[in-house]
Design a protein. Structure first.
Length: 202
């Protein structure tokens, strides 16, 4: 059993018990290179996702978590990828590209930070589109819906996860477009297929 699998085995039951999430769609995917992207409403998003889905994922997380030795030990042994926000992180970029070349599933929150209060998604970072183009990797979008008011809820603001839309493939015609256009195109494809009205920031 891998370290990732061990942590999931030891803690997954507790996550599922205290963070009930209803999944629409498959819970297991082919173990081949893919880029999973999802909106980001809570620090528990990646933990909940890992607990409910059967694959192992290479999550990208903010490098500030590495300032805590305990988390750094766990995250590094689980082979998660830290990224320094607000700068060009070449080490993280190389790790992400290497994961895809090794036929692994890369998991990124394209908004780059949590967005708790609004259904309007923040402007996307360019990483997912760039990685998809460089490695010819499909992107699979996910959407986590926050708990509705008036319903019993736990500290984690999630009640269900909606898997929606078909796999998005960036073709060669996007390779020559400007970075801003790539970001806008991915955001448009995502929101076009959303299960309910989701706005995108320009």
């Amino acid at each position: 059993m891998s370290y990732y699998g061990l942590i999931k085995f030891l803690g997954g039951w507790a996550v599922r018990l205290f963070n009930p999430v209803k999944i629409y769609g498959a819970k297991k995917f082919e173990n081949k290179k893919s880029i999973f992207v999802m909106n980001h409403v809570s620090n528990m998003d990646s933990v909940v996702f890992a607990a409910y889905f059967k694959n192992e994922f290479r999550f990208v997380y903010k490098a500030e978590f590495d300032e805590k030795p305990f988390l750094r030990h766990i995250f590094h042994n689980m082979r998660l990828i830290p990224v320094k926000r607000g700068e060009v992180d070449l080490k993280a970029t190389k790790e992400c590209l290497s994961a895809l070349k090794q036929n692994e599933i890369l998991f990124i929150f394209p908004e780059g930070t949590r967005n708790r209060e609004s259904d309007e998604m923040l402007p996307f970072k360019t990483g997912p589109a760039m990685f998809a183009l460089k490695t010819k990797t499909p992107i699979r979008p996910f959407y986590i819906q926050k708990a509705k008011k008036g319903k019993k809820r736990c500290k984690n603001p999630l009640t269900r996860g909606n898997i929606f839309g078909k796999i998005i493939k960036l073709s060669g015609r996007h390779a020559g477009t400007k970075t801003t256009k790539k970001r806008q195109w991915l955001a448009w494809k995502w929101t076009e297929k959303a299960p309910r009205k989701v706005k995108k920031s320009s």
